[in-house]
Write a protein that binds this ligand. Sequence first.
Ligand SMILES: Cc1cc2nc3c(=O)[nH]c(=O)nc-3n(C[C@H](O)[C@H](O)[C@H](O)COP(=O)(O)OP(=O)(O)OC[C@H]3O[C@@H](n4cnc5c(N)ncnc54)[C@H](O)[C@@H]3O)c2cc1C
Ligand code: FES
Length: 266
Amino acid sequence: MENNPYIPKRYKILEVIPETNIDYTYRIEYDEALIPGQFLQVSIPKTGECPISVSDFGTGFVDLTIRHVGKVTNTIKELKKGDSLFLRGPYGNGFILDNYRGKHLVVSAGGTGLAPVKKIVSHFHKNPQEVSKLDVLIGFKTPRDILFKNEVKQWGKNKSINTILTVDRNDESWACNTGFITDFVSHVKIDDLNNMEVIIVGPPIMMSCTAREFLKLNVNEENIWVSFERNMSCGLGKCGHCKIDETYVCLEGPVFRYSKAKQMLD
Ligand SMILES: Cc1cc2nc3c(=O)[nH]c(=O)nc-3n(C[C@H](O)[C@H](O)[C@H](O)COP(=O)(O)OP(=O)(O)OC[C@H]3O[C@@H](n4cnc5c(N)ncnc54)[C@H](O)[C@@H]3O)c2cc1C
Ligand code: FES
């Protein structure tokens, strides 16, 4: 029973940070090793379980940024500092920082897709010497939907990062551009195509369209990375919920090079 990988463990909520009306970051006491882009299975006894990406982590904590959309996530909304959550994992391959060190890195994130890549951007924001150049393209529906406002502001002030924040519909409550992320791909100045890595995370349509824009600029599909927030259940390659064709997203992903992901996105 002790080693049953399906049995979650109880963890304490250290802090609840509101991001928007429906998105909250839960800082949870946690000390296991994590990679940006990995996910944990979060459960509430007698209610259910759902996969959530790690949005940040450090000594003794992990952050999970959760949009309250349904049965499990709306139950999590009732939880406060000091309450417990049940977690199992971590699962998935994640984004390996070494793949991006020394490179011109472009991170494109749409909506909650910013959560799994936030740790990568904050890492290179703090250690800009580790990349040759960093562009961050972030898109939300409206200014009310913007996640991690403080961090995005800090990235914007960092002269080593070209941060472009855009919204589909602007109401002028936050200074940002209007338009889709794809409209801003041309703002990325490419010095050396052979030294580029592009990460794209968001809804499938956003990932396809953004990848196509980078392909038009002749970025190699091997150097484009996407992450799938697809239906998952066991996280262990057993149930088949996450399977696309022959690929178990929970085991081989959720992060894939576009050269492999392109068939899975169609
Ligand atoms: C690898 C991975 C990483 C993820 N990371 C994150 C993350 O970092 N943050 C995050 O917020 N989410 C993330 N998700 C998505 C998250 O797992 C889902 O939002 C979650 O599973 C929803 O669970 P739930 O029980 O609250 O919702 P459910 O009750 O399962 O509902 C899910 C959706 O179905 C709709 N729905 C529910 N009931 C009905 C109904 N009767 N008829 C029609 N529609 C209905 C809801 O409106 C909602 O849109 C991730 C998913 C994956 C696979
Ligand atoms: S989630 Fe069960 S096989 Fe991938």
